[in-house]
Design a protein around this ligand. Structure first.
Ligand code: 5RP
Length: 216
């Protein structure tokens, strides 16, 4: 079985976590696209909150009830993909440039479930780490960060500049601290294990579920 089949299996398995009356955050990406289709087939009476305009459009087209994420303080569940998953539960996300909203949604969710194909599981996280940077003072922020390239892609929905950090990532907690402390960095794509409740990883014809246990 290929990568697409693994993504589909992971998305389908996670779709079963969605039940009537739940408030559910939706991530962004190709794995999430399979999740959306699987949720739509089950048609639970849940309310959804999208982490990107792309997901909002796709979810609404499938008939899901999507609300804006402005007035709700807590979600029951959020489900999203990842670019890299380390054995200790650290993630790199933001390959699609939606990292700021994805992190806000994940942090708001009582249970944050990551869906991925088996190629996303790595022994050690490696560059690039996606970043969203403020437009103001961009050159100064890049100078301070070093080893960083602005992506040739549209701004984020919140007006930020999407870039990638190419320095060493072997100590993710140290790097996350440094990036968070750097003025001009709106958000970075390192997601700490404390954010992550569970991993659903498609593995050939099955889904491997791993509890990371981040509780919020
Ligand atoms: C978007 C993300 C995605 O979840 C990540 O890039 C994985 O995408 P895909 O499911 O297409 O492999 O973080 O910003």
């Amino acid at each position: 079985m290929g990568v697409e089949a693994e993504k589909r299996l992971a998305g389908e398995a996670a779709s079963e976590l969605v039940h009537d009356e739940m408030l559910v955050g939706l991530g962004t990406g190709t794995t999430v696209a399979y999740l959306l289709e699987a949720i739509a087939r089950r048609a639970p009476k849940a309310i959804f909150f999208a982490s990107s305009p792309r997901t909002q459009v796709a979810a609404r087209a499938l008939g899901l009830r999507v609300h804006g994420f402005g007035d709700v303080g807590r979600l029951d569940l959020a489900i999203d993909g990842a670019d890299q998953i380390a054995p200790d539960g650290w993630l790199i996300k933001g390959g699609g440039g939606a990292l700021t909203r994805e992190k806000i949604v994940a942090a708001a969710a009582q249970r944050f479930v990551v869906i991925a194909d088996s190629t996303k599981v790595v022994d050690v996280l490696h560059a690039p780490v996606p970043l969203e940077l403020a437009r103001f003072g961009l050159a100064a922020t890049l100078e301070r960060l070093g080893s960083c390239e602005v992506r040739d892609s549209p701004r984020s929905p919140d007006g930020g500049v999407i870039a990638d950090y190419y320095g060493p990532v072997a100590e993710p907690s140290e790097l996350a601290r440094r990036l968070s402390r750097t003025p001009g960095v709106v958000a970075h794509g390192l997601f700490e294990p404390e954010l992550v409740s569970e991993l659903f990883v498609g593995d050939v014809a099955t889904v491997r579920r791993t509890i990371i246990g981040g509780t919020k």
